[in-house]
Design a protein around this ligand. Structure first.
Ligand SMILES: NC(=O)C1=CN([C@@H]2O[C@H](COP(=O)(O)OP(=O)(O)OC[C@H]3O[C@@H](n4cnc5c(N)ncnc54)[C@H](O)[C@@H]3O)[C@@H](O)[C@H]2O)C=CC1
Ligand SMILES: O=C(O)C1=N[C@H](C(=O)O)C[C@H](O)C1
Length: 254
């Protein structure tokens, strides 16, 4: 069987370079294009690429995905910054293009491709209904442009959904006076704190508290290699997953 042609968008960034190496090293994949800021994503139609992998910046990732779909490519996206609205536009675009195609296109968007992070989010959502308090602390390298991290946003939203389903009320918090920002950002009622520190890569702690006890769930990516098994899994599976898939957990049957 011939190798799957892969184009990497954001190929000269931290994640893009690591993805290029991982694709190069995989026997069933062929790296056919490295796309930088000056390159045209729609031109990928003539490169033999079947899947485009996007690790760029929040400001451009949605436009890149639309351009990939217009060029007839599947997309795997790790870039953060997605909203319900931007995901909705991709869903609509997929419906339009797939109505005219014999091989329907798929898009996988995941805030984190590391197995430890995906499991941490999953376990946190499972545990959330048993705890009165829940807070998320994400810790990253200081070159990261967005805060809080996409992973922390997703974690907080999963926790909030689990709390709501279990009928839990707001987390207890008697804070009345504070320095602005001292309690972090509040995402669907869950406080999220962002640390930026030289030496870190990508880390997250989920703190769950009850009277007299605490559960801490922690994930650490010490190297960007940690994201690669998930990225390659998504590249291989997106070919058989028409439409929009949000989160690696769906590819892991969690
Ligand atoms: N889902 C996941 O598992 C992970 C997601 N990320 C996310 O991936 C994104 C990238 O992270 P890093 O690689 O650390 O950032 P980076 O800043 O090192 O790389 C971004 C690259 O995108 C390029 N770029 C910007 N606009 C472009 C365009 N229009 N076309 C092509 N390339 C363009 C930049 O020149 C740069 O080389 C961030 O949103 C980050 O949060 C990072 C690690 C893991
Ligand atoms: O920018 C990063 O480095 C990371 N970004 C993603 C996020 O915002 O969640 C994934 C991981 O945390 C690394």
């Amino acid at each position: 069987m011939s190798a799957i042609g892969v184009a990497v968008i954001g190929a000269f960034g931290r994640m893009g370079r690591t993805v290029c190496e991982a694709v190069d090293a995989a026997e069933d994949l062929e790296l056919v294009a490295r796309v930088g800021e000056e390159d045209d994503v729609e031109a990928l139609a003539s490169t033999g690429a079947r899947v485009g992998v996007d690790f760029t910046v929040p400001a451009v990732t949605e436009a890149n995905v639309h351009a990939l779909l217009d060029a007839g490519l599947h997309a795997v996206v790790g870039t953060t910054g997605w909203t319900e609205e931007s995901l909705g536009r991709v869903r609509e675009h997929l419906e339009q293009v797939n109505a005219h195609r014999s091989e329907p296109l798929g898009v996988v968007v995941a805030p984190n491709f590391a197995l430890s992070a995906v499991l941490a989010m999953h376990f946190a959502a499972q545990a959330a209904r048993y705890f009165t308090s829940a807070e998320v602390i994400e810790m990253h390298h200081p070159d990261k442009v967005d805060a809080p991290s996409g992973t922390a946003l997703a974690t907080a939203r999963h926790i909030a959904a689990a709390r709501q389903e279990a009928g839990l009320g707001p987390v207890p918090d008697a804070t009345e006076t504070q320095v602005d920002g001292a309690r972090g950002a509040v995402v669907d009622g869950v406080h999220v704190h962002a640390v930026r520190l030289r030496g870190l890569v990508a880390h997250e702690e989920i703190l769950l508290g009850n009277p007299g006890e605490q559960l801490t769930i922690r994930t650490d990516s010490f190297q960007r290699d940690s994201f690669m098994p998930g990225v390659l899994l998504a590249v291989r599976q997106v070919l058989g997953r028409p439409g929009l898939t949000i989160g690696l957990e769906h590819l892991l049957d969690l």
